[in-house]
Design a protein around this ligand. Structure first.
Ligand code: AMP
Length: 208
């Protein structure tokens, strides 16, 4: 198996499913969003440049993203394939990726637009272990986070104004990739508007 791309709009559940697929396949998750948020937090030159785009819900320029990916996939843990989450998001990113590594599956998690806003607003993450929760749809268990302690984090861009821009960027710049990967025979769709476990089961069976 080569590398996997998890594809879908913001709030589709890519991060949640990536964590679960990682447990089953051992493939490391590479989330450009997480890498950018870490860069913003550390005030690196990349973080300083990316922050404005992220706050507005716009895509960060391809050259910045591709430089991050090029470095990341040189790490030893990426030698046997990885799971990309939130990357590629433009056709030039996908073309560049195809020259860097081989992709065996593009797994699209489909969620209708009208469900996205409610899924994104209400999303929380445990700052300690990274598990994603949702106030209504996937609340933190009463016993606490499975990692033993729960540190609630909310993303700065998980608000209604930014979500609409992110959704717009998805339709305009990212969704054309579906056709690009479909032509290559790599594209698989799952209905992401269901219980988390059902979606994981479908994704894993596509990888068998
Ligand atoms: P995410 O965590 O994947 O929702 O990404 C959060 C934000 O980071 C996005 O709204 C973009 O501003 C930026 N970003 C993440 N990945 C990419 C990418 N592959 N291309 C361009 N911008 C990205």
């Amino acid at each position: 198996m080569g590398s996997i791309v998890l594809f879908g709009p913001p709030g589709a559940g890519k991060g949640t499913q990536a964590q679960r697929i990682m447990e089953h396949t051992g493939l490391p998750q590479i989330s450009t969003g997480d890498m950018l948020r870490a860069a913003v937090k550390a005030s690196t030159p990349v973080g300083i440049e990316a922050k404005g785009y992220m706050d507005r819900g716009e895509l960060v320029p391809d050259d910045i993203i591709l430089a991050l990916i090029e470095e990341r996939i040189k790490e030893p843990d990426a030698a046997n394939g990885v799971m990309f989450d939130g990357f590629p998001r433009t056709v030039p990113q996908a073309v560049a990726l195809s020259e860097m590594t081989s992709i065996s599956h593009v797994l699209a998690i489909e969620v209708p637009d009208e469900r996205i806003v409610e899924r994104i607003c209400g999303r929380t993450t445990c700052g300690r272990c990274g598990i994603v929760f949702h106030d209504t749809f996937n609340p933190v268990p009463s016993s606490g986070c499975p990692c033993g302690s729960y540190e609630e984090k909310r993303r700065a861009d998980d608000n209604e104004d930014t979500v609409l821009n992110r959704l717009h960027a998805y339709h305009l710049q990212t969704s054309p990739l579906a056709e690009w990967y479909e032509e290559k025979g790599l594209f698989h769709r799952v209905n992401g508007d269901r219980a988390i476990n059902e979606i994981t089961a479908d994704l894993l069976s596509l990888l068998e």
